[in-house]
Design a protein around this ligand. Sequence first.
Ligand SMILES: [Zn+2]
Length: 165
Amino acid sequence: MPDQVATVDDTATEGAVVLLTDGGDDEELPPPPEGMPKYLWEPLQKQTIGGLESAIEYAEELLEYKQRPVAMSSTSDAGKTVAEKPAKDLAREQQREAKEEFLEMSSDERKALSDDQLARYGHVQIRKVPCGPRCDGCPHGPYRFVVLRDTKGEVTTKYAGKARE
Ligand SMILES: [Zn+2]
């Protein structure tokens, strides 16, 4: 009986050593995500574990920063805001997808959306807009605008057609 136990232990140790050797030099790094430029993944592959951990931490901080809500003071640059609707609170992943979808839409597609649907993409403003001097019809509208952060994190305003009065 003691003999048998010793044999089993030896086999287990040998097995572990073989596995470690296999996991060494000839195992390749995981491939970088599709579409990620070499200037980004190449230095990442050279990082130590500590370096990667701080890169992850910094990327998360940047992500948070670039997705921060638009400050209300920066939204009323053209015309007079007569009504507004705050952006819907979506989960980060949903928000990113919605944003990409909205930025790719044509202006006709944006015009076809309801105020409620627009609020999925950003802060909705209803504005009356002046066109210039010597106009009897000023201000025009009201028009709908969606204020959101683009994929770089910068504030952008998209026209979404006439508002229903
Ligand atoms: Zn005018």
